[in-house]
Design a protein around this ligand. Sequence first.
Ligand code: ASP
Ligand code: MG
Length: 410
Amino acid sequence: MSLVIHKYGGSSVGDAGMIQNVARRIAEVRKQGTGVVAVVSAMGDSTDDLLELAHSVSDQPHPRELDLLLSTGELVSCTLLTMALADLGQEAVSLTGSQAGIHTDTSHGRARIYSVDTARIQKELQEGRIVVVAGFQGITESEDITTLGRGGSDTTAVALAAALEADRCEVYTDVDGIYTADPRIVPEARKLSEISYDEMLELANYGAKMHPRSIELGAVYNVPIYVASSFNDTPGTLIHGESDRGDMEHRIKATGIAITRNVAKITVRSVPDRPGVAAALFEPLAQGGISVDTIVQNTSEDRTTDISFTVSGDDLKAALAKVEELTSVIGFGTLISEPGLAAVSVVGSGMQHTPGYASRMFRVLADGSVNIDMITTSEIRISCIISEDQAEDAVRLLHRGFQLDESDAG
Ligand code: ASP
Ligand code: MG
C-alpha cells in the first residue's frame, strides 16, 4: 500500500470546523486506498498562549517543565482530529510523539531527533488505521518529553516520512505554496511548481516559512515534500532533488528573492592582525548562543584590521556586551554598531553555472539608488546587506530585474 504523510500547521487546525475540514481531506485520501499518517501542530496560537502562561507563572520556566507543557498543545489537536475522523467512519488512532517512537537528544526547547522507532505506527497502519501524530515533540532516553523548537512539526513530519519510507510528505498550510518572493511585498510574485532542497533552504533561512531542519532532513533522506493549502485544491510546490529546468541557457533566471529584516551590524576597528584574533572574537558569541551571519574582514594596514559582522537585531545588545568584554584582552580600538539593516538575497541553482548574477544584482540595486553595505555569497545565493527602509523596494526591484514576474519558468 502506498503511504503519505500529511502535516497540518496550527492555522489549518485553528478551530473545530477547521479540524473537521482536515479530517475530511484525510478521509478522502484514505478512501482511495492510501495509508495516511497525519502530523498536526497545536491549534492556532495555542503554543504562544502556553508560553505566555508559563512566563506569567515563572520568570524562567524550567526547561523540562516548559517542554512538557508545550507538548500538550499538539495533544489537543491530534486527539480532536482523531475524533473527527471517527465521526467520518474512519478508523484512526492518535499518538503522542513518544508513542510514535520519536527519540530525541536532551536539549529541551530545541531537541534533535536521533531515531524513530516505527513499530507502533507500522502496527496501526497494518491494522488499517489512520495514524495521527502530535508534532513538535519527542522523548529522551531517560523518558523526558522534549520539543523540537518553534515550527518543529514540519521536522516531525519529514522524519516520519523518512523512517516509514513514505512516498512523500505533504505539508498543508495557510499559503498555497512557495513563491518567488513574499506576495505581500511583491504582488506579482509567482508560485513555483517546484524548487530544490538547496534553494528552499536558502529561502527558508532568509524568510519564507518552513522549519529549516525539515528541509535538511528531506534532502538527506530524499523525501519529496509537497507544500500546499489546506483550504483549497490549488496545486502547490514540490520541494525535491535537483531538477533540470532547462531555462537557464538564454538569460539569467533566479528562483526567488528573500528578505531578512531586523539585521544589525557590529564593526570592530583596529583589531591587531595576528592569528587567533577572529577566534577570540567569535568564540564568546558562539558560546553565548548568538549566531553571526555575514562577516567581513578588511585587508590589513599597519598590522591592524577592521572586522564587521551582522547579528539579528534582537541579539545586538548581548553581542555588544560580549565584544566589549574582549576589549582589554585583545586590545582593539573602537566599536561601532548599526541597527536597522536588512538582507536581501537572490537565490537560484542556476547561478552555479552562469556568470553575471552578482553584477546584475548590483546594477539593479544601484539603479534603484540602494546602497550596499555588505555582500555575501553561497553557491546558489547572493545576499546584500542594505538599509531596512529600502528593503521592500529592493525586493520589488530585484524581482523585476531578474524577470521573476514572467510566467515561463517553474
Ligand atoms: N506548535 C509549535 C509552534 O507553534 C510547533 C509547530 O507549529 O510546528 O511552534
Ligand atoms: Mg504553530
